[in-house]
Write a protein that binds this ligand. Structure first.
Ligand code: 5RP
Length: 344
């Protein structure tokens, strides 16, 4: 295995590559959104081009649709497909019952519709996404822009009677402006820390006027394929009660990795969206060669705006421009858990 990718990207890659083998000729397959799902789409694209795999993909976002077309996958709409054989998607958190928090990438609405319209949902994740109790990752709730502050107030009031630890609700931003979903809606992030009864919360949140959908996926996921940084893969099937282990040794072939930027950039999301509790964000970067050297920079929130960190593609480009001056030697200081998102 090459040492060029970060361990977290290796974990995402091996999970995605393993799950890609579930796709068979003739299937209608839901394609998730996010960095792990992007690996899946690349792997499937390679299988289409090299092995002649013939399936139709139903993307869960505009960006997944673009990537799928670029790698040669035949893309159709959900209305054309009507019902799907399989959906493979990433997640922000999963618990022992394979209940999920999704929507970190803002695509929860399409993701939930597509997953629900599938015979099977397989989640692909690095091991850092596993939790005992859902809620450390802020729960995304998609709301219509009309009266969103009223909707926020109603949600805050509703949370008082819920079994949760935190009750802060924030509007997700994209630089100066509210983050907007593919449907033109806003996202409220609910910082709950711990969700005592996810099933109840999922139902009650959706009864709030203005709420379109929430990121709790209850009883939707059938299997999770968990990747580790050393190439190990673990597949847990909740229906069959089985756990299988595998090992994926891979070489970073030109085809799959060519579009990964020379510098990866990641943010660690902890408690708040893209922010540490003490107010700063941590950005990490690693060179693709010659080896696994890690660098980091702690940035105050104004740097977020400067970097436009909520807009990953632009953030990478801008960051490269001035990063050299701000890198500190860095290794190992980070919260014990929290999602790491690779951009590039
Ligand atoms: C997008 C999602 C993603 O699946 C989730 O945010 C995980 O993303 P990543 O694979 O980049 O960690 O729900 O709405």
């Amino acid at each position: 295995m090459s040492g060029d990718l970060s361990p977290i990207d290796k974990a995402k890659f091996v999970a995605a590559k393993s799950a890609a083998d579930f796709v068979e000729d003739g299937m209608r397959v839901g394609l998730g959104t996010g960095s792990t799902a992007a690996w899946l789409v690349r792997c499937l694209g390679e299988m289409v081009q090299k092995a002649g795999l013939k399936f139709r993909g139903i993307p869960t976002s505009i960006r997944t649709a673009e990537l799928a077309r670029n790698v040669g996958i035949k893309v159709i709409s959900l209305d054309e497909a009507k019902w799907l054989d399989l959906t493979i998607d990433g997640t922000d958190e999963f618990d022992g019952d394979l209940n999920l928090i999704k929507g970190g990438g803002g695509a929860l609405l399409q993701e939930k519709i597509v997953a629900t319209a599938s015979d099977q949902m397989v989640v692909i994740a690095d091991i850092g996404k596993e939790v005992k109790t859902l809620g450390a990752f802020p729960l995304p709730v998609e709301v219509i822009p009309f009266g969103w502050q009223t909707t926020q107030a109603l949600i805050e009031e509703m949370l008082i009677s819920m079994d949760v630890l935190g009750r802060t609700v924030t509007l997700r931003m994209n630089g100066e402006l509210p983050f907007m979903t593919d449907e033109g809606n806003y996202i409220l992030d609910l910082h709950l820390q711990r969700i005592g009864n996810a099933r109840r919360l999922a139902m009650v949140v959706n009864q709030t006027p203005g709420v379109v959908e929430n990121g709790l996926f209850i009883d939707t996921c059938d299997m999770v394929v968990i990747g580790y940084g050393d190439g190990r893969v673990e597949s847990r099937n909740i229906n069959e009660g089985t756990v299988e282990h595998d090992w994926l040794d891979f070489v970073e072939s030109d085809n799959l990795f060519i579009d990964i930027a020379n510098w990866g950039i990641a943010d660690r999301r902890e408690q708040g969206f893209l922010r540490y509790p003490n107010g700063f964000i941590m950005i990490e970067a690693w060179p693709r060669s010659p080896g696994p050297f890690w660098f980091g920079v702690a940035a105050w929130p104004w740097c977020c705006d400067l970097l436009n960190i909520n807009d990953p593609e632009n953030a990478v480009k801008r960051f490269r421009g001035w990063a050299c001056g701000c890198f500190l030697g860095y290794d190992g200081w980070c919260p014990p858990r929290g999602s790491i998102r690779g951009f590039g």
